[in-house]
Ligand binder design. Sequence first.
Ligand code: NAD
Length: 260
Amino acid sequence: MKLQDKVCIVTGAASGIGREIAMTYARQGGKLAIADLNKAAAQVVADEINRAGGQAMAVAMDVTSEEQVDAAVAEVAAAWGGVDVLVSNAGIQIVHPVEDFPFADWKKMLAIHLDGAFLTTKACVPHMKASGKGGSIIYMGSVHSKEASVLKSAYVTAKHGLMGLCKTVSKEGGKFGIRANVICPGFVRTPLVEKQIPEQSKALGISEDDVIKKVMLKDTVDGEFTTVQDVAEVALLFASFGSNALTGQSLVVSHGWFMQ
Ligand code: NAD
C-alpha cells in the first residue's frame, strides 16, 4: 500500500487518464477525491471505488473557477483532514490552424490547462504546508510539453507552460517537502483522442487510419498507443516517492515518441 490514507485530489477524474489514476491510487490505500466538471460521472467513479472497498468522494469542480476550486478543496480537506496529493489532470483539446484559431477557444484552452493547474495548486499548497508532511503535485503534461504538432498551438503552449509552473512550485515547495513533477504521455485512446481522429482526418485531408499511423503514432518505436495504465503507473511513482530527490522533473511515457 504505497498511498495508505493519503488524501489525493485528481481533477478530470471522471474519464480517461484521470479515472485510471484515481482507481490505481485507491487500490494503493489512497482516499480519493474525484473532481470533475461532470459531477454525475465523477460520482460513478467514486461509487465504483467504494464498492471495491476503497475510499472515494465525488466533488464538483470547474478548474477554471477560483470559487469552485477553493470550495471543492476545502470540502475535501474538511472531510479527510488535509490534502497530500494533487493530480492536475483536467484537460480538453481544440485544434485549428493558428490563423483560424478563435480567440475564445485559445482562452478556453489556456484557462483549463494553465489556470486550472495554478488554481488547484494555490488551493492545495496551504494544506500541504499546514500538515507539516508536504505533498506531491503532479501536472498532466504531454509529449506536447516538449514537442509541437500542427493545429495545436494552444495545447502546445499550455502544456509547455506547465513545465514552468512545475519548476517554480518545486523550488518554492522544497523546504516544505512539497514536490512537483510533470507526466508527459504520448497518445492514449481516451475520449479526448477519439474525438481528434475524425477532426484531424478532415483538417489534414487524410484517412482516419492514416491519422493514427502517420500522425499520432508515427514517431513511436513500435506503433503502439500508450495506455491509461502506463500513465497511472508513472503517476503512482510521482505520488509515492519518498523524498525531494524527485522534484521539478518531467517524465515522457510515450512508446519512445520524443527522446530526451
Ligand atoms: P478525457 O476527455 O477522457 O477526460 C478529461 C476529463 O476532464 C473529463 O472527465 C472532463 O469532464 C474533465 N474536464 C474538462 N474540463 C474540465 C474543467 N474545466 N474542470 C474540471 N474537469 C474538466 O481526457 P484524457 O485523455 O483522459 O485527458 C486527461 C489529461 O491528459 C488532459 O490534461 C490531456 O491534455 C492529457 N493528455 C492526454 C493524452 C491523450 O492522448 N489522451 C496525451 C497526453 C496528455
